[in-house]
Design a protein around this ligand. Structure first.
Ligand code: SF4
Ligand SMILES: [Zn+2]
Length: 105
């Protein structure tokens, strides 16, 4: 059964935060981080992705990679794709296939 929109947004947000966090931790170890552990650039991408997800006009929302609209601006799409790829591999290795398949970009 499809999740309610509200639940879907909450779940997506949880996963997005984890994916961006791991990416930043592993790829930007020398950058200054905010109290949640994100560098400025990753925090910007995270907030952008959270907003897109929240405002997604499709219900039920497909995976973004299967979407015909592609509401992300190209620069952000490129960044989030890289993050999802890197952290997807990281989480696959740790057995979190549920997160990975939920949010493959
Ligand atoms: S890319 Fe498509 S599925 Fe993803 S948030 Fe934008 S409109 Fe929704
Ligand atoms: Zn970062």
């Amino acid at each position: 059964m499809a999740l309610s929109k509200e639940k879907r947004i909450k779940k997506d947000a949880k996963i997005l935060r984890k994916f961006v966090y791991v990416y930043c931790k592993k790829n930007h170890p020398d950058r200054e981080k905010n109290s949640d552990g994100y560098c400025g650039e990753c925090f910007e991408v995270l907030n952008y992705a959270l907003k897109r997800d929240e405002k997604c006009p499709l219900d039920p929302k497909p995976k973004c990679k299967d979407c015909k609209i592609h509401c992300y601006k190209p620069e952000m799409r490129q960044k989030i794709k890289e993050i999802m790829k890197f952290s997807g591999i990281y989480f696959i290795k740790r057995g979190r296939l549920d997160w990975v398949f939920h949010y493959f970009f």
